[in-house]
Design a protein around this ligand. Structure first.
Ligand code: HEM
Length: 426
């Protein structure tokens, strides 16, 4: 097999398959050979060029004109006619939000919508996150075991996301189902028989988003990022468009929810796999902020992102013709020895941990990064204080097969409730 530029494809490049368990379990390990020997390769199975090194990936993020983000939310596995017809029957029209918007439309919109992400604005959400974390831990602290994903880490970031966006809470269970379907629809490889069910869920999600938005328009002064957008639309209808608002109403839930839920589950898993580090963290919670960065670097919740080449160019000495699709494996960049010394070592005191690319980089860098950090820090503060004696249960971790959003579906932990610190110090 050959690349679109006519070069032969190496055997390993031909075998690369991000829907395989190897990639799901440990993406940076799965592409170690590439990072070390063939940092940019063409994947015939995916039809994408795959980038694995820190400097190359950063160069791509730096130039959002040559490397357009327009395909960031595109379905990585094209669906069949039946599924497409189902989506059409719901009027599904998810389009540009921010993350997949080109210039010159993107920057003015990003600027117009930035204020709710300032540290002062985010402070406002902190007590709610703390209260939720305490309440959920209360529910299981005397049980001696819990699936932290099912019993806490899935729902709290969803609740926070809904509050942040300004959405009412009553449809949480439905939304939970829809948002998984959206991940599979966008980044996964559903089998033909699953595609139709996924399409129905995504179609319903789209319509639900439309209804919630209509409700919000009745009361645009209510708190919430979407209401903020609705008010901005009144001043700048060409910058904050209807299509943007409806698309963001759906994509925003996923952007704020699954990323943070998965990031926390990955972080707790990684910490408990290193019991000595976990003990140090419990003894000195002042280490938590940098530990969060190191967890995002070592085992982040977004494994890879996408860009499309708009004009013939070169990256790292490799010719990339206009129209090439790039899978930029940010989780691999985060393990690049060229940027992080002893890159595989999990070191919560690492001084450049926050150089990780898990939030992207440059003009599209994650707007919600400080909200996510705040949530993760609070979860770790509560766990280290109330469950310092917890450990991982025996289990095999499973992941929803997809290229980008990554976190264990379940995370079982156990502890001796008789040894709970709060029983000793009520
Ligand atoms: C963009 C990751 C949490 C809102 C992005 C991008 C990534 C990302 C990889 C694309 C960056 C790029 O193209 O350079 C994450 C991770 C999170 C997280 C790993 C949690 C650990 C959140 C939260 C929100 C949010 C809580 C809150 C609403 C956004 C928005 C963008 C974005 C609005 C688009 C920014 C733009 O294109 O200008 N995020 N995200 N994210 N994220 Fe996040």
């Amino acid at each position: 097999e050959r690349t679109p530029t006519g070069c032969p494809v190496s055997q390993r490049a031909a075998g690369f398959d991000p829907f395989e368990d190897g990639y799901q379990q440990d993406p940076p390990e799965y592409v170690r050979w590439a990072r070390e020997q063939e940092p940019i390769f063409y994947s015939p199975k995916l039809g994408y060029w795959v980038l694995t090194r820190y400097e190359d990936i950063k160069a791509v993020f730096r130039d959002n004109i040559t490397f357009s983000p327009s395909i960031a939310l595109e379905k990585i596995t094209p669906t069949g006619e039946e599924a497409n017809a189902v989506l059409a029957s719901y009027g599904f029209a998810l389009n540009r939000t921010l993350v997949n918007e080109d210039e010159p439309a993107h920057m003015p919109r990003r600027r117009a919508l930035m204020d709710p992400f300032t540290p002062e604005a985010l402070k406002h959400h902190e007590p709610m996150v703390r209260e939720l974390a305490r309440e959920y831990v209360d529910r299981f602290i005397d049980d001696g075991r819990a699936d932290l994903v099912d019993q806490m880490l899935w729902e709290i970031p969803l609740t926070v996301a809904l509050h942040f966006l300004g959405v009412p809470e009553e449809d949480m269970d439905t939304l939970r189902k829809y948002s998984i379907a959206h991940t599979v629809n966008t980044w996964g490889r559903p089998k033909p028989e699953e595609q139709v069910a996924v399409a129905h869920a995504v179609g319903n999600f789209w319509q639900y988003a439309g209804k919630v938005l209509a409700k919000m328009r009745q009361d645009p002064d209510a708190p919430g990022w979407m209401q903020y957008g609705i008010r901005k639309q009144m001043q700048h209808p060409d910058v904050v468009t209807d299509s943007y608002l409806h698309s963001m109403m759906m994509a925003g839930i996923v952007a704020a929810h699954e990323t943070t839920a998965n990031a926390t589950a990955n972080a707790v898993k990684l910490l408990l796999q290193h019991p000595q580090v976990w003990r140090e963290l419990c003894e000195d919670p002042g280490l938590i902020p940098n530990a969060v960065e190191e967890c995002l670097r070592h085992n982040g919740s977004v494994a890879a992102w996408r860009r499309m080449v708009t004009k013939d160019t070169q990256v790292g000495g490799v010719d990339l013709p206009a129209g090439s699709r790039l899978l930029i494996v940010t989780s691999s960049a985060n393990h690049d020895e060229g940027h992080f010394s002893d890159a595989d070592l999990f070191d919560i005191r690492r001084d450049n941990a926050s150089d990780h690319l898990t939030f992207g980089y440059g003009s599209h860098q994650c707007m919600g990064k400080n909200l996510a950090r705040m949530e993760m820090q609070i979860f770790l503060e509560e766990f280290t204080r109330r469950l310092p004696h917890m450990r991982l249960s025996e289990q095999r971790f499973t992941y929803v097969p997809n290229t980008s959003f990554r976190g264990p579906e379940h995370l079982w932990v156990e502890w001796d409730p008789a040894a709970n610190p709060e029983r000793r110090n009520p």
